[in-house]
Design a protein around this ligand. Structure first.
Ligand code: G6P
Length: 371
């Protein structure tokens, strides 16, 4: 078993480290010099051109990958995108027809709720594209087309590299739709694809910046709760950070849209409560950045311990950060691919400090095959 972990103490540590490769492997072969290719046999531009609405359906971290991608897909394609928990979608009588694209995201390809959502969507005549990490699993078998994430086998129950690969794959879906619809020229698609490929190196660099996060993890082991705040694409990152902490450290953790702070969550702030803030780039997102900066100041003034995840060189947040975690500068829409990494490491480190089983957290299953 030690050999299987490749020298890492747990599969999760190994899988966190494999994320640059997971991204590169997932993107490889999906751009032919002029166009993004999803599934050559089954979902071409002709099919994509008529799509007028997109649903992403999934559970757990896969659902968060859809929430992240919604920002990019809507921005690039001008198509409405709804992201829904598979368990809600299928019991709700969603409006679907042959011009609806349902993207079913699942690492295992066996999650019961997602599979049932796929069946429901196909019965209604919608086109279903599976984004899946497991060759030949049930969800791709029952879908119209499949885009495989090539994260490799993920053993840790809490998803890490599969999540990053899902985000990248969902972005490919957005680019393919944009080029089919003509909302992006081929040189723009080429540039976005290149930017996506460059994220592999950015994640690699992020992994070298994790020492302060490990230290922080040991310090937070006795905290009762942790809050996560983010805005725009940082909001689903906050949700994913909170999920990791619940799963691994059995700690009460909540992710909030930072703009909602004054509508309730701020009442939770008390002396010493750790609040993790996913901060956008001050250069490319100045308006959102200044809003997050005021949120950081507001929670710090009320006694919170601020843990600020920010772009390197962001001097404006530093004075208000009890702990500052720096990320390499990347395009705004792609920031989740780097910003998620410290949250994974933080959750793993807190769980380690508490002596919990990081690869097999209590009560959880890698793949939930019953409803
Ligand atoms: C379980 C796993 C999560 C995963 C979710 C969805 O809850 O513990 O890590 O995100 O299932 O799984 P799927 O295989 O459909 O992506």
């Amino acid at each position: 078993a030690a050999a299987e972990k490749g020298g890492y103490p747990t599969f999760m540590d190994k899988e966190i480290a494999e994320q640059p490769t997971a991204l590169a492997d997932t993107l490889r072969g999906h751009f032919d010099g002029t166009a993004v290719i999803l599934d050559e046999q089954r979902l071409g531009d002709d099919e994509l051109r008529t799509i007028d609405k997109v649903f992403v359906v999934a559970c757990g971290s896969a659902y968060h990958s859809g929430l992240v991608a919604k920002y990019a897909i809507e921005h690039w394609t001008r198509l409405p995108v709804e992201v829904e928990l598979a368990s809600e979608f299928r019991y709700r009588d969603p409006v679907l027809d042959r011009d609806t694209l349902v993207v079913a995201v699942s690492q295992s390809g066996e999650t019961a709720d997602t599979l049932e959502a796929v069946r429901h969507a196909r019965r209604q005549g919608a086109k279903v594209l599976a984004v899946c990490n497991t060759n030949g699993s049930q969800i791709p078998r029952e879908s119209d087309a499949v885009l495989y994430t090539h994260a490799g086998p993920e053993i840790g129950v809490a998803s890490t590299k599969a999540f990053l690969a899902q985000v990248a794959a969902n972005y490919l879906v957005g680019l393919a739709l944009a080029q089919a619809r003509g909302t992006k020229y081929s040189d723009e698609v080429a540039r976005e694809f290149e930017a996506l490929c460059a994220m592999s190196a950015a994640v690699e660099e992020t992994l070298t910046l994790m020492e302060p996060v490990r230290e922080l993890g040991r310090e937070l082991a006795n905290s009762r709760a942790v809050l996560f705040l983010g805005r725009h694409v940082g909001y689903p990152v906050a949700l994913e950070g909170a999920l990791k902490l619940k799963e691994l450290a059995y700690m009460h953790a909540e992710g909030f849209a930072a703009g909602e702070l004054k509508h309730g969550p701020i009442a939770l702030i008390e002396q010493g409560l750790p609040v993790v803030v996913v901060t956008p780039s001050p250069k490319s997102q100045p308006v959102l950045h200044s809003k997050l900066l005021s949120n950081i100041r507001e929670v710090q003034a009320r006694g919170a311990r601020t843990i600020v995840i920010a772009e390197e060189g962001d001097d404006t947040v530093a004075p208000f950060a009890d702990t500052l975690i720096e990320l390499p500068r990347v395009p705004s829409l792609l920031q989740p691919l780097v910003a998620t990494v410290p949250l994974q490491v933080l959750a793993a480190e807190i769980a380690r400090a508490k002596g919990f089983d990081i690869d097999k957290p209590r009560n959880l299953a890698k793949s939930v095959t019953v409803e």
